[in-house]
Design a protein around this ligand. Structure first.
Ligand code: 2HA
Ligand code: ZN
Length: 268
């Protein structure tokens, strides 16, 4: 029996993950097992769940996350497909609990589904967020075609070049992605090197591009995180459409950008 039965709050969180997983597939950003989602569910976990026997033994993560002791996460399963997760989230992902050693976890429910290959990056991000007192609960990694294409051009990898370009394509992008976009140079998928470089960027940004691989973002909930990536992708599409029509898009002027910043009281 699913752990979600008679737990409407938990079910709502998981359904939100499933809804976003469906959008990622529809967008063409989630080929095969591409991308991953994790959500910190610690606040939704009741005493009964806390006392359930785990369905796996302890699995080592290979690193210690001091702020994650006893935390619960929903994680997409490694090698499982977003398009399947969209319909059956508890068969294509699982809920894990970080053990008291802060460096291993057990699977709690519903099935023996091993978490995402990017667990190192995801847990590093959650650990970082809790450590700085953030209320963010969701982390999402996906493969948006337009934004990844832009990371194949060295000029776009320089600090804040992509941020300013994408902000200037349509006013919404600066309003809904106000901290801009960090850049992480290419690193092996699933590696601690990628995880470390990602959390260094989170100091300044909520969204980080992984060069020639994908995008990774954090926020209050998974829908908000999806919206940020979707907005950035819209800007990228406007840029690429203008280029394919044979001209360099003008972009909003600096004065128009400043006006937006003041009107919406934006941080940068
Ligand atoms: O989970 O996207 O980066 C599959 C990936 C790895
Ligand atoms: Zn990936």
């Amino acid at each position: 029996m699913s752990i979600l039965i008679n737990r409407p709050e938990l079910e709502k969180k998981i359904n939100e993950v499933a809804e976003v997983a469906g959008y990622l597939w529809q967008k063409g950003w989630a080929e095969r097992n591409g991308g991953n989602i994790t959500v910190n569910l610690t606040h939704e976990i009741d005493n009964e769940i806390r006392h359930l026997p785990p369905i796996s033994g302890a699995i080592s993560i290979g690193r210690t996350f001091p702020h994650l002791k006893g935390c619960y996460f929903y994680c997409k399963g490694a090698n499982f497909r977003m398009r399947d997760l969209a319909r059956r989230p508890m068969e294509n992902g699982s809920i894990i609990r970080i053990l008291d050693d802060c460096s291993s976890y057990v699977i709690v429910a519903d099935q023996l589904v091993k978490p995402t290959s990017e667990l190192a990056s995801h847990l590093s991000m959650h650990n970082y967020l809790i450590g700085k007192g953030s209320s963010y609960k969701a982390a999402l990694h996906t493969h948006p075609i337009d934004l990844i294409a832009m990371t194949h051009h060295p000029a776009f990898l320089k600090k804040d070049v992509l941020t300013h370009l994408l902000w200037s394509m349509i006013p919404e992008t600066r309003a809904f992605c106000p901290r801009g976009l960090g850049i992480v140079p290419y690193a092996l998928p699933g590696s601690f090197e990628l995880a470390d470089a990602t959390i260094r960027e989170l100091d300044e940004y909520d969204v980080v591009m992984w060069e020639k691989h994908g995008i990774c973002a954090v926020g209050e909930n998974v829908m908000e995180v999806f919206d940020m990536i979707d907005t950035l992708s819209k800007s990228a599409q406007i840029y690429l459409t203008a280029k394919s029509m044979g001209f360099e898009p003008e972009g909003m002027t600096l004065a128009q950008m400043e006006e937006m910043k003041k009107a919406f009281n934006l941080p940068k």
